[in-house]
Design a protein around this ligand. Structure first.
Ligand code: TXA
Ligand code: MG
Length: 343
């Protein structure tokens, strides 16, 4: 299949027609690029799973551009959901509702009774939904298991020839996927942390939100291998940055004896200590927003460097740092070396 590439300034009518005809369009969103199809067309949704190589038991997020669209898709909008909608939509927050199962195909929901809905803030994505008049199912536009794409080059790497159209919207602003919160039940649950943090949600709802620990997969898609670079990525942690640097150097020395291709994925403040080693920076520790928006691209750049093993860091802050660590821990398959682990 030929993939049509559109630029920011191009008219979106062609892309909307493709969606109406059951095709696939990759659009930028404020979080990461999304692989879009008509959420109500079972065949179109099937091709999303095919293009990504995504397991069929992993449900999709449906993207809307008006509250009328929301009312068409869900059975009820609880009070708590309304509070979150008023505060955070349009924006990087996905809400789980009881689904109108006669309207939303099983494939979109992966047979669940619920559906994930997001009202994105990116103008291109909003325009696409409005012109097509369709709710759009859109997972991140990567091959399943790879880091989510935050620029069009990474989309092309994974999906060129598998989708009808890709729209270039520049670099994604936020860089990690939306926060997912389940409001379908009395007990409100955070399913995936993101740019909107637990504290922001609790401050809005004025109640406790149940938040499972990082390693416990609660959104169906969280149990799969995720964001994994080709190199073996391992976190090195200690109670000071200097100890992390020292420990990394010890580990690198041991690995060098075995002639391994080693690198580090650190922060600006640490780069000077790794001058002779292939190293990438996630950004400055002072700017967690930058680290979030760089993370997936840096994981992809590790692949470009063709390294075997890469040491990276643990961010101990709360809030956005926890959301970043949620993704980085998955990318590392939860491998952490702590200083006390030293034999
Ligand atoms: O920021 C985002 O959310 C991006 C952009 C493109 O909007 N999309 C995205 O989609 O991250 P995806 O498919 O990569 O992740 C969706 C997550 C999966 O972990 C899936 O299991 C979960 O949402 N999910 C979808 N429907 C669900 C439901 N009904 N109940 C619980 N989890 C659900
Ligand atoms: Mg994804």
């Amino acid at each position: 299949m030929n993939t049509l590439i559109l630029n920011k300034s191009d008219k979106l009518e062609i892309a909307a027609r493709i969606l109406e005809n059951g095709g696939l369009v990759v659009s930028p969103t404020e979080t990461v690029y999304g692989l879009c199809a008509n959420a109500l067309n079972e065949k179109a949704v099937e091709s999303i799973f095919w293009a990504k190589g995504r397991p069929s038991d992993n449900p999709l997020i449906v993207h809307i551009a008006s509250l009328d669209m929301l009312r068409d898709l869900v059975l009820e909008i609880p009070d708590d959901a309304n509070k979150l909608i008023n505060t955070f939509w349009p924006g990087p927050l996905t809400l789980i509702f009881k689904a109108k199962k006669d309207i939303i195909p099983n494939k979109t929901r992966a047979n669940l009774d619920t559906v994930a809905i997001r009202f994105p803030a990116n103008p291109i994505m909003l325009e696409l939904i409005k012109i097509s008049g369709l709710p759009l199912a859109a997972p991140s536009a990567n091959t399943s298991g790879k880091p989510s794409p935050t620029n069009i080059n990474r989309v092309i790497e994974d999906l060129s020839g598998k989708v009808d159209c890709i729209i270039d919207g520049g670099n994604s602003k936020i860089g990690i996927e939306s926060t997912i919160i389940d409001v379908s039940d009395k007990r409100i649950k955070l399913l995936r942390p993101g740019f909107i943090t637990l504290k922001m949600l609790e401050d809005t709802l004025k109640k406790t939100v149940y938040a499972p620990k990082n390693h416990f997969p609660i959104a169906p898609g969280m149990k799969y291998k995720h964001y994994a670079p080709n190199a073996n990525l391992i976190i090195v942690d200690a109670d000071s940055t200097q100890k992390v640097i020292n420990r990394m150097h010890e580990l690198i020395k041991e690995d060098m004896l075995e002639n391994r291709k080693i690198g580090v994925l650190v922060v600006d403040e640490m780069l000077d200590f790794f001058e002779n080693i292939p190293s990438l920076s996630l950004g400055s520790l002072q700017l967690l927003e930058d680290i979030a928006s760089n993370l997936f691209e840096k994981l992809r750049q590790l692949d470009d460097l063709k390294l075997e093993k890469v040491y990276t860091i643990y961010l101990h802050d709360i809030g956005l740092a926890e959301s970043i660590m949620n993704r980085l821990l998955k990318a590392c398959n939860n491998q952490i070396i702590r200083l006390e682990d030293k034999k």
